[in-house]
Ligand binder design. Structure first.
Ligand code: ATP
Length: 516
């Protein structure tokens, strides 16, 4: 099945099974805003807990924070967001569709890359085992010509972006004959800058309303509280502050479901270090964060680093962790060495010292910062795209059937255990209810007695429940139940008293944390 179709099915599945709903659906929705349903919110909470515990519980020198969404407007001036948190925007006059000029150019570049990949694919088929990709890239005239086009366009594009040269961005689009994907025409407006921050007003107009922004990232709340936490927590460098919270960006083009939203959630950790040690810590956090992702078991080949060549003005190193989504490798997390830029800016704009007194050296200085920043929603999308599976099942009569299941890591699954009486009589429901009552202190259990047992299994597969137990007449005689495993569909007979032991360890966050 084409990856595009898989993605469409995943979006439909999320809605059908209470994971993600379009916001304000009865009013035809609100673009790029989504609501999480009864299972979605459980998965989201589990993701947040896994991240939080891996930061705050596992590291003595990392503490948490929950700062407000509204902050003093000067913070966004100091951070550079008022002047520079812009995307270049362009409209097609025929389709009336709006695009990010940089994304149009990047997509054009990706088409060239695709062309090269196709050439390589064909050659690999032709030459078989003897094929040497590097040599082919260095010598094949068609590949060389395409690569030259890529390099030239990349250089011109980077120059225009660095200089915020909007006229040149438009010229690049015209020179490369980039057309609107909807109208197919080249009838473009000029490129304009568009600030991504949402603004609103605080206070009533009569007592002097002031313009405030909905924060576009949680990081600044950490920077402005750096000394509060350091002093009250008697923290010594190196130390980190972790925060989970909502962020808002008025994205020009919001696409791909919950990948790019206008209201989303971030999990950010700012790690404060001695100047001069930052690149060592940058490498450290790169490794730790990649391990965190890979501990979920979705396959190492589905992750890669994308090191930034072009760095933001405040950074001296930056990388993205990319995951292979159904629409290709895309960023899920950014790791940035932000130098002392943010703290120094706040020192300048607030007039308050943002320095750390180093008791060992006997001097004060502004620490350097390594940031790890990941979107909860993008992480959610990573997990459900990796987990969504359609499995062909052969029946005894030779026909086949499709089983839809979510292979969610047990630790993150919204429901850990479904408890099912085989029939709604003979005392079986009472036994099932008692098991739920006993186990629900330990993990999320669901009682399910509707429909045939086969349909109930399928329903739990679709939700991603890793374990189902069935209570039958034998249970009355010997206190045993059948436990059925979601992924293998294997069933075994176990004593009720063993259930806690069998399930608890597998669904506990600590089993993942121990892998880190
Ligand atoms: P992109 O290049 O995709 O716009 P970014 O580089 O601007 O992302 P950062 O500012 O580094 O992203 O934000 C850190 C993380 O926050 C991203 O890795 C992503 O997981 C998440 N994130 C950023 N913007 C959005 C959004 N509009 N919707 C959902 N998640 C987002």
């Amino acid at each position: 099945m084409a990856q595009e179709d898989v993605f469409k099915k995943l979006v439909a599945h999320c809605k059908e099974y209470g994971y993600v709903f379009p916001s304000s659906e009865i009013y035809d929705g609100l673009s790029a805003v989504y609501d999480y349903g009864q299972y979605g919110v459980e998965l989201k909470n589990n993701i947040k807990k896994y991240w939080w515990d891996s930061m705050v519980l596992m590291n003595e020198n990392i503490v948490g924070l929950d700062s407000a969404i509204f902050m003093h407007p000067t913070i966004w001036k100091a951070s550079g967001h008022v002047d520079a948190f812009n995307d270049p925007l362009i409209d097609n006059k025929d389709s009336k569709k709006r695009y990010r000029a940089d994304v149009l150019i990047e997509e054009h570049l990706a088409k060239f890359e695709e062309k090269i990949s196709k050439e390589i694919g064909k050659a690999r088929e032709r030459f078989g085992e003897a094929f040497d990709e590097n040599k082919f890239r260095e010598t094949n005239p068609r590949v060389l010509a395409t690569q030259q086009k890529i390099d030239e366009l990349n250089e011109r594009f980077n120059r225009a972006m660095n200089a915020s040269d909007l006229a040149e961005l438009k010229q690049i689009i015209i020179d490369n004959e980039i057309v609107c994907p909807v109208s197919g025409t080249r009838n473009w407006t000029d490129v304009r800058q568009f600030n991504l921050m949402f603004a609103t007003e605080i206070g009533s107009a009569s007592d002097g309303a002031g313009k405030v922004y909905l924060r576009p990232e949680t990081a600044q709340g950490i920077f402005v509280n750096f000394l509060n936490v350091q002093k009250t927590g008697r923290m010594k460098l190196p130390f980190g502050i972790a925060q989970i919270g909502k962020a808002f960006r008025n994205e020009i083009v919001a696409r791909q479901f919950i990948f790019r939203m206008r209201e989303f959630e971030q999990m950010e950790m700012q790690f404060f270090v001695q100047p001069g040690t930052e690149l060592e810590w940058f490498r450290h956090w790169k490794e730790i964060r990649m391990k965190w992702h890979q501990s979920l078991g979705f396959g190492e080949e589905n992750y890669r680093f994308h090191d930034h060549v072009k760095l933001a003005h405040y950074a001296n190193a930056a990388t993205d962790i990319e995951f292979r989504f159904p629409f290709g490798f895309k960023e899920v997390e950014g790791i940035h060495s932000r130098t002392d830029y943010d703290l120094k800016q706040h020192q300048e704009y607030s007039g308050k010292k943002m320095q750390y007194f180093d008791p060992e050296k006997g001097v004060s200085y502004v620490p350097y910062v390594i940031e790890t920043s990941i979107g909860v929603d993008r992480m959610f999308l990573q997990i459900i795209s990796a987990a969504y599976t359609e499995e062909e099942l052969k029946k005894d009569d030779g026909s086949s059937d499709t089983r839809v299941l979510m292979r969610l890591p047990s630790v993150l699954a919204p429901v850990k255990l479904a408890v099912m009486p085989l029939v709604k009589k003979d005392g079986l429901p009472e036994i099932a209810e008692k098991i739920v009552k006993d186990l629900r202190f330990l993990f999320n259990c669901q009682y399910d007695d509707k429909d045939s047992i086969g349909r109930r299994y399928r329903r739990q597969d679709a939700i991603g429940t890793p374990y189902c137990i069935t209570i039958d007449h034998q249970t009355i005689e010997d206190n045993t139940v059948t436990i059925r495993y979601r992924d293998s569909m294997e069933q075994e007979r176990v004593e009720i008293s063993r259930l806690t032991d069998i399930i608890s360890e597998k669904v506990s966050i600590s089993s993942l944390l121990k892998k880190l």
